[in-house]
Design a protein around this ligand. Structure first.
Ligand SMILES: NC(=O)c1ccc[n+]([C@@H]2O[C@H](COP(=O)([O-])OP(=O)(O)OC[C@H]3O[C@@H](n4cnc5c(N)ncnc54)[C@H](OP(=O)(O)O)[C@@H]3O)[C@@H](O)[C@H]2O)c1
Length: 300
């Protein structure tokens, strides 16, 4: 088979050819030999190539033109997650220890008299420690990088909410759940929180086991021997379902409005992602289990 003759063109207006290694979006389209498009901007781009595509195996005939799109500065996916999650962990602890310049000076380095405040700090720290460890040792991501600007957006979201929640929960005037049913409420909330944390972790392990090391394969997840994964019978993205449950538990435990707001915003965001993932499962796998909903069984 003759090797395809290749020429390259930039997809953007930049006159400089972007480096191949910086861009994961590359488009090919076979064109008759000797012809060039009048304007690359009026041209409909062809199929985007995957990182692992090999030039010699592309069905482009003898001539191919590559269009490169400069995606701008990129940052590793893992770095993004580590930065996103370290922030809330540290920020929350600063409020918990009441470092100076947050509350009135007389409260500097004092501790709360309510046990739920200490419990909330343990739960919050546990949650973000878990996420950091999962990012390092559990998840097998298929994406290498994301645009640098995303890190500012994502960090504003996570760090901002952490500061807002921590400010109120650790405030010297914080009011814990009521005297009468407060203790039961906190205990129930802790059970919900821990149950959902174990569930979320179990799903992450199940997803990891779907993908052999170093590969990017995507398969249909099914329930395993672990009962926490049986929810796969009814839901496409149960890790999001458990994540929602954890934050609902934390809301009930702290009875704090900013936490409820964070739970709601997170739920909306995860619902949008879950619907997208559910749609792509249905598109990719003809035998996808029909009973499943994106995030909430039978509801959503
Ligand atoms: N509180 C909040 O606002 C909030 C929002 C979002 C996420 N989170 C938390 O962060 C966690 C991770 O979020 P995420 O959006 O990255 O979750 P995700 O899309 O479900 O991905 C988790 C990991 O599993 C892999 N994976 C997913 N489906 C797979 C399949 N069918 N086959 C093989 N591998 C598969 C993913 O690889 P890919 O790289 O290919 O996707 C990724 O490495 C969530 O479970 C949740 O606990 C919290």
């Amino acid at each position: 088979m003759p090797r395809p003759r290749t020429s390259c063109a930039s997809w953007t207006r930049s006159s400089q050819m972007p480096l191949l290694g910086r861009s994961s979006q590359c488009s090919t389209r076979a064109i008759p030999s000797g012809t060039q498009p009048d304007s690359p901007f009026a041209w409909t781009p062809g199929k985007s190539l995957k990182d692992e595509d090999v030039l010699q195996h592309l069905p482009v005939g003898t001539t191919a033109t590559f269009y490169f799109r400069d995606l701008g500065a990129q940052i590793s996916w893992v770095t993004v997650f580590l930065t996103e999650y370290t922030g809330p962990l540290v920020i929350y602890l600063m409020f918990y220890f009441r470092v100076p310049f947050i509350y009135a000076p007389k409260y500097d380095f004092t501790t709360s008299k309510h046990w739920v405040v200490h419990l909330a700090c343990m739960c919050h720290s546990f949650h973000y420690m878990k996420r950091l460890l999962e990012t390092l040792f559990v998840h097998r991501f298929s994406h290498g990088t994301m645009p640098l600007r995303n890190i500012f957006k994502n960090c504003t979201y996570y760090w901002g909410f952490a500061a807002w929640m921590a400010y109120y929960i650790n405030h010297p005037l914080y009011t814990p759940p009521s005297e009468f049913y407060g203790e039961q409420q906190i205990r129930l909330a802790l059970i919900i929180f821990l149950f959902c944390q174990i569930g979320n972790f179990s799903i992450h392990i199940a997803l990891r086991n779907l993908r052999p090391p170093g590969s990017k394969t995507r398969k249909i997840p099914y329930p395993t021997k672990n009962p926490f994964t049986w929810i796969f019978l009814l839901v496409s993205c149960p890790n999001y379902t458990y994540e929602l449950g954890s934050w609902l538990g934390f809301t009930v435990m702290t009875q704090c409005l900013p936490v409820a707001f964070f739970t709601m915003v997170g739920f909306i965001q995860m619902t949008v992602w879950a619907k997208g993932k559910h749609r792509s499962y249905l598109k990719e796998f003809r035998d996808y289990p029909p009973l499943r909903s994106p995030i909430l069984p039978f509801v959503l």
